[in-house]
Design a protein around this ligand. Structure first.
Ligand code: N01
Length: 551
């Protein structure tokens, strides 16, 4: 336990007898939680602690250990940019960082900043209740501990609540099954096994080639065909590493300037500005270069359907070119949404995997999965696929799932689940009316998942830290988003989404459509990170407009 703990802003007697009273309690020790702890404890001198459900730090990268797990952001941008020392002291080895390397990086940061002494591992939060009389958040964990803090900050990630579809018969399956987001730490031995993988999102597309190379046979169950761009991963050269180290200021500037927080800008031309031949050459060059930068080839790919069609057609043609069996190619290229209207995956040999003799594709849109049997998966046409292992690459109850699981109750006992019955309603994705002193890092209504994640995380962490500093400097103890401000923000989030093609992919997790019964609301803010940053700064300049500050 930290020696620095000192009650602040509320009487410690008001907490349950065994509760530890803190200035700030942070839930989650991933990218967000680590930096938030540093920002509050080391810069502001607060008594702050982190509760983390896992037995190690790392968040997403602690849990997602599935075969092929790798980040889609380029490594030189997938890092904390708040500290030049950290940037200079760490060197990435590949163009895209793999799961194990990111986990090493986050442990390096936690050790370097001496964070671990204030991180309590193996603590799953089961309840958080706001006590208005004491102005304290009272938090309980699954192992029976109690905490109390003036400020409660969720750093639980946007994609951390596993979505395991409720397919009848799973309990009867005689083999083993795994969700990619809860992967066993000891790994899974696929040698000689018949594997079925459900899901062809970013995860399934990364995992399939690696599983296929190890297993006796892999059957991919595809519900929605997907685009994918080759990642073209490779070891970084010494020259590149040096270049990245020498250009951190410029990289930071670009990442703060671009809508998605990536270290590259979006071309300032429309797909209609060039001839068909030029367009083809531009797409081909982007395809050869690989990675998410493909999306930046033209400025209007996510705003103009006809522009988007040109990219979608190029990518469908690539699938047909790569996949040798025309029937399989047709199923893979039968994509019902525009490129990047769902989160675009990048891959290493995904479509090529279907040229292997030990890989089969089942289109479960045409013949849905009926049930899981003792022996495998059965589809509606009566076909049974015998399997030893089922891999659920079926994604997450994104953005709201992990927050709702915390069982949060605000003023007058208001449950977050109730407040969000019709979908998440936040102010800036940072606060929810009725929940004073609760901050949600990269919450719904903020750019979050539409970005290279460390960029929105740093902005939120710094905004929250500055807000708490401001409160303390002015003798204030409470901040709460006002309902009318949240209403206006929700309307703005909807308008920003509707100005793009993003809501048109009706089955995307951005809309919550992957989880049965979840309200269909476009959750992330599509107005761009740079614009969002300005909005947040303006609100502070105008005296925390839309928030009520009291002391
Ligand atoms: O999850 P997904 P994911 N029967 O929801 C299918 C990030 N990420 O884990 O599209 C059959 O995208 C579902 O089908 P459909 C990234 O932001 C980042 O792949 O709903 N199929 C879909 O094909 C990403 O977007 C990295 O029709 C079912 C798949 O399962 C996000 O995480 C790497 C089904 C789920 O795809 C989530 O990606 C990996 C059912 N009942 C992930 N239920 C980086 O590199 C679902 N599916 C940073």
């Amino acid at each position: 336990m930290s020696a620095s703990i000192a009650p602040m802003g509320a009487s410690p007697q008001a907490a349950p007898p065994n509760a530890l009273v803190l200035d700030a309690l942070i839930i989650g020790a991933g990218f967000s939680g680590l930096y938030q702890l540093h920002a509050l404890r080391d810069r502001l001198g607060l008594a702050a602690q982190v509760l983390e459900a896992g037995d190690g730090v790392g968040g997403t990268w602690y849990w997602n250990r599935y075969p092929g797990a790798r980040c889609d952001s380029e490594s030189h941008s997938y890092a904390y940019y708040f500290s030049d020392d950290l940037l200079q002291e760490w060197t990435w080895s590949e163009r895209y960082p793999g799961q194990a390397e990111i986990l090493r990086y986050l442990n390096f940061v936690a050790d370097r900043l001496d964070l671990k002494r204030d991180i309590r591992l193996g603590r799953r939060v089961t309840e958080a209740r706001y006590d208005a009389a004491a102005n304290l958040w009272r938090v309980r964990t699954a192992n029976g501990e109690a905490y109390a803090a003036t400020f409660l900050i969720t750093a639980v990630g946007c994609l951390s609540s596993a979505n395991i579809p409720d397919i009848p018969g799973l309990q009867d399956f005689a083999g083993r099954w795994y969700h990619t987001g809860q992967w066993p730490h000891e790994g899974v031995d696929f040698t000689g096994k018949r594997v079925g993988m459900i899901g062809t999102g970013s995860t399934g597309i990364q995992a399939a080639p690696v599983i296929a190379a190890a297993a006796a046979h892999l059957t991919v169950f595809q519900r929605t065909a997907n685009y994918s761009i080759p990642a073209r991963n490779a070891p970084l050269t010494d020259d590149f590493k040096q270049w990245a180290r020498d250009n951190t200021a410029e990289l930071r500037r670009i990442m703060h300037l671009t809508p998605n927080g990536h270290p590259f800008t979006i071309a300032d031309r429309s797909a209609h500005d060039v001839s068909a031949e030029e367009r083809q050459a531009i797409y081909q060059a982007a395809w050869d270069k690989g990675g998410l930068q493909f999306r930046a080839a033209f400025r209007d790919l996510l705003q103009d359907k006809a522009a988007n069609d040109t990219a979608s057609d190029f990518l469908r043609a690539k699938i047909r070119e790569i996949v040798k069996d025309p029937e399989t190619a047709a199923k893979l290229a039968n994509i019902d949404h525009g490129f990047a209207t769902k989160r675009p995956p990048i891959d290493t040999g995904y479509f090529e995997t279907f040229n292997r003799d030990n890989v089969a594709l089942v289109d479960v849109r045409a013949t849905p999965i009926e049930r899981i049997t003792k022996a495998g998966i059965q589809t509606r046409d009566g076909q049974e696929y015998p399997l030893d292992i089922i891999v659920f690459a079926t994604g997450f109850d994104a953005m709201t799932g992990s927050l709702l699981k915390l069982n949060i109750h605000g003023r007058d006992g208001l449950a977050l689940r109730e407040a969000w019955q019709a979908g998440p309603r936040t102010y800036l994705g940072l606060q929810v009316p009725g929940f004073p002193n609760l901050f949600t890092i990269t919450g719904p209504g903020s750019p979050s998942v539409l970005c290279n994640m460390p960029v929105p995380i740093e902005q939120h962490v710094e905004w929250i830290a500055e807000c708490i500093r401001h409160l303390r400097a002015n003798g204030l103890t409470r901040i709460e988003a006002q309902p009318d401000a949240a209403e206006r923000w929700v309307a703005h989030v909807n308008a920003a989404a509707n100005a793009t093609l993003l809501p048109q992919a009706g089955h995307s997790w951005y809309l919550g459509a992957n989880v049965p019964g979840k309200p269909r609301v476009f959750m992330p803010y599509a107005g761009g990170m740079a614009r969002y940053r300005e909005v947040c700064a303006g609100i502070v300049e105008r005296g925390y407009e839309g928030f009520k500050l009291t002391g």
